[in-house]
Design a protein around this ligand. Structure first.
Ligand code: DC
Length: 203
């Protein structure tokens, strides 16, 4: 079985930065599973599909009009052969991703694609909300990263050049949505190492 490390946690808890470092250190490919939800949400918005129309969303999840590509630096998202990775980074797309992610049909149609990121001989570091609980429950190492909501908003506000106060509100709303949904909510996998990064540097 392939070697998998999972990192789950709320928005802007440092998952992507940590995973990139781990991937370099161990020479293992990495993937941000949020890219699947963000990519689908972005495609839906572009195609003017209602974010509550779960049938159309499930159909779109299977379509090749958009796709995710793993690279050492970033998890890229392509829409109609255009790289839209920068665009899906916006908090508005994050919020739309969170909205569509509570549909079980949408989640299960994205699940196989996420699992296929783990190559047999190379292993994988995967980050998201349900990587250790649903996508890779058999993972060798599971980490749950967290940090205070103010600290997380501060980090993301710097990254996106946004107002911190506004971001605290938006992130709280997104975390609330992600942790209270019925299917695969954000939760600490029972065998995970919990790390609070509020007082930590990346190293
Ligand atoms: O990690 P992120 O900010 O890119 O994720 C965007 C949204 O996608 C997140 O708010 C909820 C959803 N998501 C999910 O439901 N399950 C995952 N494994 C990853 C992301």
């Amino acid at each position: 079985m392939e070697f998998v490390i999972t990192i789950d946690g709320p928005a802007a808890s440092g998952k992507s930065s940590v995973i990139r470092g781990l991937s370099k250190l161990f020479s293992i490919p990495w993937v941000s599973t949020g890219a699947f939800y963000r990519g689908l949400a972005y495609a839906a918005i572009e195609l003017k599909i209602d974010l509550d129309d779960k049938e159309k969303l499930t159909e779109l999840a299977m379509s090749d009009v958009w796709r995710v590509e793993m690279t050492p630096e970033k998890t890229l998202v392509w829409f109609k052969d255009t790289d839209v990775t920068e665009k899906i980074g916006h908090e508005s797309v994050g919020n739309a991703a969170s909205r569509i992610s509570h549909y079980p049909e949408v989640r299960s149609s994205l699940l196989d694609h996420q699992r296929q990121c783990a190559f047999k001989d190379k292993g994988l570091v995967a980050e998201g909300r349900d990587c250790g609980t649903v996508v890779f429950p058999q993972a060798e190492v599971k980490v749950y990263l967290t940090a205070s909501s103010e600290h997380r908003a501060q980090r993301r506000a710097q990254e996106l050049g946004m107002d911190e106060k506004e971001l605290v509100i938006q992130q709280k709303q997104r975390d609330q949505q992600d942790s209270t949904r019925k299917v695969a909510p954000l939760q600490i996998p029972k065998d995970a190492l919990v790390v609070d990064t509020t007082q930590m540097t990346l190293n």
